[in-house]
Design a binder for this molecule. Sequence first.
Ligand code: 6GU
Length: 220
Amino acid sequence: MKISILTLFPSMFDGFLSESIIKRAIEKKLVKFEIIDIRDFSKLNNNQVDDTPYGGGAGMVMMVEPVVDAINSVKTETSKVYLMTPAGIPFKESIAQDLSKEKHIILVCGHYEGIDERILNYVDGEVSIGDYVLTGGELPAMVISDAVTRLIDGVIKKESYEEESFNDNLLDYPTYTKPYEYDGHKVPDVLLSGHHKNIAEWRKSEQIKKTQERRPDLMK
Ligand code: 6GU
């Protein structure tokens, strides 16, 4: 799968692409990232890509033409184009699963006061990562790329996410590692019992308890 990210701030993605699981997925050619600088598509003096809003108001608005030109420079028949905006549909795991089956997704990052509304004629959807306002779509594009990449076959062990979907609508069970006792806090004894059925039952009941306490909204 290929993920193209269109942004005015390409270097924000350097760290994201060069560490840990994402780095390994790229090295193993399970995913290909392409970071496109929208500014390269400006046709104006000093590579201008934004202007003041019609009707007045605060801030600058990204112009539609360089963004559409940037989209068209990477788009093929199979591409799906998504705009990062707080006005989009709320991103969740089921959307990550759908996107992980695509051949090519293009994530468009707005900045400043957003992009000229006419951009909506050139995208397949709009996505938000939550009810708060960020300075731009770059972090959302990383969040979505991360959530999608880990679901691509071979990126992480299948058990890691099979268990998640098997347990869907429940938070994870608590996990522990060595030492057995830290600052007086011990690991629950059932985990040392070697009794697999008891461990599985304990984990499930911890999941239900935690979800009921913290996120009853997640439970069906
Ligand atoms: Cl996708 N963009 C911005 N600017 N802010 C957000 C967001 C997106 N999702 C939540 N807040």
